[in-house]
Ligand binder design. Structure first.
Ligand code: PAF
Length: 280
């Protein structure tokens, strides 16, 4: 039977007892509204540990003042059903007061990596993510934690945090899961109007076209970025950025000699979508 734990104290005590009993704990941190992308993370976690904990917490600290915290989609009943079917043992489901009882003064900030790409349009966002993930690690005491590559910058930042702070958690990244037409799965896709949902296909199309060009020998980052830019702009989306970056430093790569990532963010209407592909 799956169990829902709502307090830090109970979660920590439970995890501590499990670790003492020799169990390997795998964590999948989520903000709920689960889709097939999350299910692939849960499936991997099931393989990686003896005890699967999924956290479900819509973290206020990673939302900007003008962002979608209040209207972020929520469906706890459906999420528990999906999590249970995927073999989750524990859902850690704290409320905001439990995670951030005042006064709260400490943050975890991975400099530089948090301020580029999505960090430019979402100041403070990654600091909110690293802070809450550090807290979740301290509460759930996992041996391993699984994240999706859709939020590629988030994954890189969390790997950096764990390395820099010697956090004894193994970070695993899992490939993006896509809709049949190519759109990367995201809880925020539910915000899209019918028209914008259709236009949004241009993002993954653009990235696939750039990857095809790469396979045909194009190594100039400008040309690859142009392909994505043209596709999203002609579909009527507004570009935030299209970059070719190194997979650990997130710095721009101009001469593609080893695997790099082409990463993009674009607005369909007022919905901000992100996607990426490995150039290999
Ligand atoms: O990727 C997410 O859903 C969130 O950023 C995370 C990692 C659960 C932290 O709130």
């Amino acid at each position: 039977m799956m169990k829902v734990i709502k307090t830090v104290h109970e979660m920590q005590a439970f995890s501590h007892a499990q670790r003492t009993g020799g169990k390997r704990i795998a964590l999948v941190p989520t903000m709920g509204y689960l889709h097939d992308g999350h299910i692939s993370l849960l499936n991997e976690a099931k393989k990686q540990g003896d005890l699967l904990v999924m956290s479900l917490f819509v973290n206020p600290m990673q939302f900007g003042p003008k962002e979608d915290l209040a209207k972020y989609p929520r469906d706890f009943a459906r999420d528990t059903m999906i999590a249970e079917r995927a073999g989750t043992d524990i859902i850690f489901y704290p409320d905001a007061q439990e995670m951030y009882p005042g006064p709260f003064k400490t943050t975890v900030y991975v400099s530089d990596l948090s301020d580029i790409l999505c960090g430019k349009t979402r100041p403070g966002h990654f600091q909110g993510v690293t802070t809450v993930v550090a807290k979740l690690f301290n509460v759930i005491l996992p041996h391993t934690a699984i994240f999706g590559e859709k939020d590629f910058q988030q994954l890189v930042i969390l790997r950096r945090m764990v390395k820099d702070l010697n956090v004894p958690v193994e970070i695993i990244g899992m490939p993006i899961i896509r809709e049949p037409d190519g759109l990367a799965m995201s809880s925020r896709n539910t915000y899209l109007s019918v028209d914008d949902r259709h236009r949004a296909i241009s993002i993954s199309k653009g990235l696939s076209n750039a990857l095809d060009a790469f396979h045909k020998g194009v190594r100039d980052d400008k040309k690859l970025r142009e392909i994505v830019r043209n596709d999203i702009q002609s579909a009527g989306l507004r570009e935030d950025y299209v970059e070719v970056v190194d997979e650990t430093t997130l710095q721009p790569v101009h001469e593609l000699s080893h695997t790099a990532r082409i990463v993009t963010a674009a607005y369909a209407g007022n919905v901000r979508l992100i996607d990426n592909m490995a150039l290999k």
